[in-house]
Design a binder for this molecule. Structure first.
Ligand code: 5AD
Ligand code: SF4
Length: 444
C-alpha cells in the first residue's frame, strides 16, 4: 500500500537541470520517484531540504558552470548544515567521489540509479554520504510516472544510452548502453497525457532511430503514438543519420500530426573528419539522405549540430563544413567548439587546433547559419502558418509566442488565445530567430 504522508511532513526538494532535453525528462522522473517517497518539489532554493543539480558533461564549459554553481550554493547555504546537496546526471557518473572530495555534496547519483535516491537521501539526512553510479543495461524507468508541471508540452524519453561511440563524445560512458522502453508503456503514457490535456509530446533519446521493442522499430513507435490522437503534435529528437530509415521518412510523410521537423546532427562536412569522429556516414550519404527527406516531406525543417576544430581539422575541411551548410540550408543549428573529454577516443588525438582558430571557425559557422536562417525565415513572410500557443512572449504580455510544426517561433498579438490553442498566423516579418505576424483565425 502506498504510504500516505501529510503535506506538512513532506520534505522539499529543489532541482536545477542543466544540459540536454534528456536531463529535463530525467528530472521529471527523479521528481516522480521522490514524490512517491514523501518529497514535494519547490521552486525556491531557500525553502528546500534537498538541493539537486542534474548535470551535463558534454563539454568542459558545461562542467565548469556546475563547479561554480556548487561553490556558490555551498557559500549561500553554509548556515544550513542539515541541508542535503546532491549531484545527478552525467557529471555524477563521470566524476563520482571526486565531487564529494571537491565540494560539500552529500550524494552523487548517475543516470541509471535514480531509483536509489530515496534510500541515499535517507542516509544523507542522517548524516552519511552516498554514491550510486552503476550503469544498467536494462533500466528504462518504464513504470515510473514522471512528475510534470506544465500542461501543454511533455518530454517522454523512449530510449536511454548510446552505442554509437562518436570519438568526441562522453555520453556513451556517462549514460551507458542503448535500451528501449516498451512500445505499450510509451503509448499508455501518451494516452494519459492526452487525457490530462497535453497537446504536444517530444519523444526523446540520444539516438531515437535505434529504438527497438519486440520487433517494433522507431517508425512503428511513431505511428502508434501519432494514432493516439490526431490532434496531438508529435516531435522527436535526436536522429542519427546512419539509422534514419526510408520507412521512418514515409511514416513522417504519412501522418499530419508527426511534425515536419528533423534534428539531424552532421557534426562536420568533411569525410576525413567524419571518419575520425566515427560518425559512420559520408558527406555524400548524408546529402543523399537530406534529398530523400526533402523530396518526401515537402516543407520539412532541418536542424543540425556542428563541431568546429575537431583535432587535425584543416582549413579546407572547415570550408567543407561551410559548403555542406550552404547545400542543406538548415533552418537552425547548434554549433560548438570542440571540447576534449578525457576518456573519449578523440582525447588521445590531442587538441591541436588552436583555440583562436576554433573560435574563428565557429564564428564563421554561426554567421553563415544566421544568414541562412534569416533567408529561410524570410521565405515564410506573406504565408499563413499554424501555430500552437506556448504562452506570453518573452518581451511582452501583450504578445503571445508559439511554434509551428516546423518548430519556428512565432510572435503575435495576444487576443483571447490560451496556451495549447492552434492559431493561424499570417507572417508579416521575420528575423533569423523569430517570425512575427497577425492571427487570421484560431481553432482547437
Ligand atoms: N565537444 C564539442 N561538442 C560536443 N558535442 C558532443 N561532444 C562534444 C565535444 N566533446 C556536441 C555534438 C552533439 C551535441 C549534443 O553536442 O555536436 O551532437
Ligand atoms: Fe554522443 Fe554520437 Fe551518441 Fe550523439 S550519437 S550521444 S554525439 S556518441
Amino acid at each position: 500500500m502506498a504510504q500516505i504522508i501529510s503535506e506538512e511532513n513532506r520534505l522539499k526538494v529543489y532541482v536545477e537541470t542543466y544540459g540536454c532535453q534528456m536531463n529535463l525528462a530525467d528530472t521529471e522522473i527523479v521528481l516522480g520517484i521522490m514524490n512517491k517517497s514523501g518529497y514535494s518539489p519547490t521552486q525556491t532554493i531557500d525553502d528546500a531540504d534537498v538541493v539537486l543539480l542534474n548535470t551535463c558533461s558534454v563539454r568542459e564549459h558545461a562542467e565548469e558552470k556546475i563547479h561554480q554553481r556548487l561553490s556558490v550554493i555551498k557559500k549561500q547555504l553554509s548556515g544550513k548544515p542539515e541541508l542535503v546537496v546532491g549531484v545527478l546526471g552525467c557529471m555524477a557518473e563521470r566524476l563520482r567521489s571526486n565531487l564529494i572530495d571537491r565540494h560539500r555534496v552529500d550524494i552523487v547519483v548517475g543516470p541509471d540509479e535514480y531509483r536509489k535516491l530515496p534510500e541515499l537521501l535517507d542516509g544523507a539526512l542522517a548524516g552519511s554520504q552516498g554514491i550510486g553510479v552503476r550503469l544498467s543495461r536494462t533500466e528504462t524507468y518504464d513504470d515510473i510516472t514522471p512528475f510534470r508541471t506544465e500542461g501543454i508540452s511533455a518530454w517522454i524519453s523512449v530510449m536511454r544510452g548510446c552505442d554509437k561511440f562518436c570519438t568526441f563524445c562522453i555520453v556513451p560512458f556517462t549514460r551507458g548502453r542503448e535500451r528501449s522502453r516498451s512500445l505499450a508503456g510509451v503509448v499508455r503514457e501518451i494516452e494519459q497525457l492526452v487525457g490530462q490535456g497535453f497537446r504536444e509530446v517530444t519523444l526523446l533519446g540520444q539516438n531515437v532511430n535505434s529504438y527497438t521493442d519486440s520487433g517494433s522499430d522507431f517508425a512503428d513507435l511513431l505511428s502508434a503514438v501519432a494514432s493516439v490522437d490526431s490532434r496531438l503534435r508529435v516531435r522527436f529528437t535526436t536522429s542519427h543519420p546512419q539509422d534514419l530509415s526510408d520507412k521512418l521518412i514515409e511514416t513522417i510523410a504519412s501522418h499530419d500530426n508527426l511534425c515536419n521537423y528533423i534534428h539531424l546532427p552532421v557534426q562536420s562536412g568533411s569525410n576525413r573528419i567524419l571518419e575520425a569522429m566515427n560518425r559512420t556516414y559520408t558527406r555524400e550519404h548524408y546529402l543523399a539522405l537530406v534529398d530523400r527527406i526533402k523530396s518526401r516531406i515537402p516543407g520539412v525543417a532541418l536542424s543540425t549540430d556542428i563541431i568546429s576544430g575537431f583535432p587535425t581539422e584543416t582549413e579546407e575541411e572547415h570550408r567543407e563544413t561551410l559548403s555542406l551548410m550552404e547545400e542543406v540550408r538548415y533552418d537552425g543549428a547548434y554549433m560548438f567548439k570542440y571540447s576534449p573529454r578525457e576518456g573519449t577516443p578523440a582525447y588521445r588525438l590531442g587538441d591541436d587546433v588552436p583555440d583562436e582558430v576554433k573560435s574563428r571557425r565557429l564564428a564563421e559557422i554561426i554567421s553563415l547559419q544566421q544568414k541562412i536562417s534569416g533567408e529561410v525565415n524570410q521565405s515564410v513572410v506573406g504565408k499563413t502558418v499554424e501555430v500552437m500557443v506556448d504562452g506570453s512572449s518573452r518581451k511582452s504580455d501583450l504578445q503571445l509566442s508559439g511554434r509551428t510544426g516546423a518548430n519556428k517561433t512565432v510572435v503575435f498579438p495576444s487576443g483571447s488565445f490560451k496556451p495549447g490553442d492552434l492559431v493561424k498566423v499570417k507572417i508579416g516579418r521575420a528575423s533569423s530567430a523569430t517570425l512575427f505576424g497577425e492571427p487570421v483565425g484560431g481553432f482547437n
